[in-house]
Design a protein around this ligand. Structure first.
Ligand code: ARG
Length: 465
């Protein structure tokens, strides 16, 4: 069926099917119908309040918009690709339902400010939803941390045993990383908190509109200062996608941790069957697919951010159709991250810890060698020299195949007369961890403070999710 285009007046020929299909955004912007209807309702009420539309006309339009919403919700809405986008689809249907009065809806408005409003509403809600999802992941991280809070395990740098740390300390590192992500999503929500309607196509409108009223109805706290800016930037989407990209980076590190730690070499944790997958050929396999895919999807989210930034680059003012390319990237990034956050939260909530494996991992691993150097440095030897002495002790032990724990005081004194008996105690991994009482350190009392703070940061946040 050929549908007359809303803009058809100026045209003598119908659109080529190919051009129509190529320019249409309806297949992907359909999902913006709740935002589009909310924006149209606020617009109609403002037009009526300003005397631009009659009361009766406004009421008709509002009833028509309700009818459109009912059809969409009931899956009875006649979607047609020729409608181009969600804005035209709603307007076309409104005309079928109401007749000519429907044509008044678009008074003092352009699709350029309309779509900007829709995407601001969408971005604001998406940012809030993702902040909630991050909070849920943090709650899962906290649960894991509390499963064996004071168990000692190797802390790694360069993925080599570095110094002993507490189990909870490791997981809290992720917790606070995601705390910043959550705050970033809240800031992305603020970036979207600016109302563009009233900008018209680009230059404003001769009608006596009241954007502040529209903003108040839709819960926006600010307006755009410049109508050309209002219709031509998508910085609020870029900020949201950056928050997604960085969260995806953090998630990929968490995913990698699970991939490593579920391997036979580490075996610190085991995934619940419900969050693992098998192999079609090797019966013994239990694969961490969820964690791997979360790791892999970071690339896709980065791609979405890059796509959006590239669309914006070099674009002349004001609106151009390039901006229609903002949507698929934004929807994909948000959806991908949303699902990644959920799946990984589930995997964490059901994760089992092998505390015995953790304890054995620091046995004879030389990860307390820093204690030897610190001990000497605390007794006046310059740290660099102390480090050399400790290095020689480690080298000799390695050669003899002996762990540091096997050393006695007499032997140590052969390397330096400064060694005192208490150094032997410090060579135990748990004692070494307990000595790291600096702020944010791994000593049990510092980790308890971090756990306490983490619990407080989550109060209220998860319930909102
Ligand atoms: N579908 C368009 C978009 O997503 C809506 C705005 C279109 N405006 C225009 N003049 N073609 O950006």
């Amino acid at each position: 069926m050929t549908v007359e285009k809303a803009w058809g007046g100026r045209f003598r020929e119908p659109a080529a099917a190919e051009a129509e299909a190529f320019t249409a955004s309806l297949p992907f912007d359909r999902r913006l119908w709740p935002e589009d209807l909310a924006g149209s309702r606020a617009h109609v009420r403002m037009l009526a309040a300003q005397g631009i539309l009659g009361r009766e006309e406004a009421d008709q339009l509002l009833r028509g918009l309700d009818a459109v919403e009912a059809e969409i919700r009931a899956d009875r809405f006649p979607w047609r690709r020729e409608d181009e986008d969600i804005h035209m689809a709603v307007e076309r249907r409104l005309a079928e339902l109401l007749g000519p009065v429907a044509g008044k809806l678009h008074t003092a408005r352009s699709r350029n400010d309309q779509v900007a409003l829709d995407t601001h509403l969408w971005a604001r809600a998406a940012a809030g939803r993702l902040a909630g999802r991050v909070a849920a992941l943090q709650a899962a991280l906290l649960e894991v941390a509390e499963r064996a809070p004071e168990a000692v395990m190797p802390g790694y740098t360069h993925l080599q045993h570095a110094q002993p740390v507490l189990w909870a300390h490791h997981w809290l590192a992720f917790f606070f990383m995601f705390q910043r992500d959550r705050e970033r999503f809240l800031r992305a929500g603020e970036a979207a908190d600016r109302m563009p309607l009233g900008a018209g196509a680009l230059a404003g409108t001769p009608f006596p509109v009241d954007p502040a009223r529209v903003a108040a109805e839709l819960g926006f706290s600010r307006l755009y200062e410049n109508s050309m800016d209002a219709v031509s930037d998508r910085d609020y989407l870029a900020e949201l996608l950056f928050a997604c990209a960085l969260t995806a980076a953090h998630l990929s590190r968490l995913g990698e941790t699970l991939v490593l730690w579920t391997s036979r070499e580490f075996a610190f944790v085991e995934l619940a069957d419900a969050y693992a997958t098998g192999s079609s050929i090797m019966p013994q396999k239990k694969n961490p697919d969820v964690a791997e895919l979360v790791r892999g999807k970071a690339g896709r989210v980065y791609g979405d951010l890059m796509a959006l930034l590239t669309v914006l680059k070099g674009l002349p003012l004001a609106y151009a159709s390039d901006l229609q390319e903002d949507k698929e990237a934004s929807f994909d990034a948000v959806e991908t991250l949303d699902r990644s956050l959920s799946a990984l939260s589930g995997a964490l909530r059901t994760l089992r810890v092998d505390a015995g494996r953790l304890a054995r991992a620091t046995e004879g691993d030389y990860s307390t060698a820093t204690e030897l150097a610190d001990h000497l440095a605390a007794r006046g030897l310059p740290f660099r020299e102390a480090h050399r002495v400790a290095g020689r002790i480690v080298a000799d032990c390695l050669e003899a195949g002996r762990p540091l724990e096997a050393l006695d005081l007499e032997e140590l004194r052969r390397y330096s007369p400064l060694f005192e008996a208490e150094v032997l105690e410090a060579l135990r991994p748990a004692a070494s961890a307990a000595r790291r009482r600096s702020p944010g350190g791994t000593a049990p009392e510092r980790v308890r403070e971090q756990l306490e703070l983490a619990r407080r940061l989550l109060e209220g946040a998860v319930a909102d999710a």
